[in-house]
Ligand binder design. Sequence first.
Ligand SMILES: [Zn+2]
Ligand SMILES: [Zn+2]
Length: 428
Amino acid sequence: MGYTILIKNGRVIDPDTKRDGICDLLLKDGLIEACEKEIKIAPDRVIDAAGCYVMPGFIDMHVHLRDPGLTQKEDINSGARAAAAGGFTTIVAMPNTKPVIDAADRVDYVINKAHNAPVHVLQAGAVTKGQKGEELSDIAGMKEHGIPAISEDGKSVMNAQLCKEALKIAAELDIPFLDHCEDANLVNGGCVNEDAYSEKEGILGIGNEVEDVIIARDIMLANAAGAHLHLCHCSTYGSYKMLKRAKSIGMDVSGEVCPHHFTLTSADRIPGDTNYKMNPPLRTEEDRAALIKGLQEDVFEVIATDHAPHTRQDKAGTLKEAAFGIVGLETAAALTISELVEPGILTPMQMAEKMSGNPARILHLENRGSLAPGKEADVVIVDPEAEYVIDPKKFASKGKNTPFGGRKVKGVIMYTICSGQVVYEKRD
Ligand SMILES: [Zn+2]
Ligand SMILES: [Zn+2]
């Protein structure tokens, strides 16, 4: 008889079986053992989840762990602890580290270092060597060493022919291409959304077309190559329209939205505050409304954070000088509940789909994103009614760069369980 945890009285929400109701969940030896109305056994540990959602552990398809090479910002262990605190049991690290993760031995470095991390850490492989956009990396070799996806995140592969070749390889290997859409020429030094606010402050803006032209191009290229294209951090009205259209004609595409993009607009920016600087930028209310509509309609099937930790120094200086990006792992669930579930825009089931079930499906993680017997015992228990004020000082992440400090939200992570072990537990 192995180690058992019995989670009692919670509202079990499983995007795989579509079960949504009060029941008991039994975990045994790192796997889901049973999910029934009343389980009567004497487990090693009982967790009372009354009033809480019990969901499969969240899966973040888009994080930056800064390891190797930039560990003053974050490292694999601190990032994984931040993930556990945020209810995530699987995270996918982007390859724009120093050096870039563009070869099998570099994938091994991350996987070996993540061995003792509290959550599952997966590594995406870079599309081109050194992310220079000149020559493809050894995508097949990295696949053999465990990458679930490729991505050039931080930029687009601007050479369309090279991008198409990479998409063909992704199709052959049956892995998704996670696409950061940004035309390197059009961006032209912009650092916030191009609108009346950027004009008033006299700073260069990033127009929607910077993102939209690459989305349009890459949907066409992926379709020609037969690959699955996943659009990262969609921020524009155009991304909603194009993804909806592409899906309606049967193209193999998916898309994610980050909590900051469905919560804030450029009107919320405090002039000069670099914690409102990220890429893509906070857009207009029209864009935000389209993202929310797209989430509701399941045009966007994933919520991902684009967790981008930086040191205080990296975020110092003017808007132009400061680094792009904000942390997101420890605020995502509360923002999703406060902004989308509480107002009735998303059902709790849709939240579980977008934060776990759909990422598992897109990344082909067959034993995750589910609470069915036999699956990995990755579980999050979240109290959707509990309120708190976000305090970056309490983050497990090394990065404290967030515009959400001081914001009152609902949705507290009570427990995170990874492979049947409690890896995070709320303490007051
Ligand atoms: Zn990106
Ligand atoms: Zn990113």
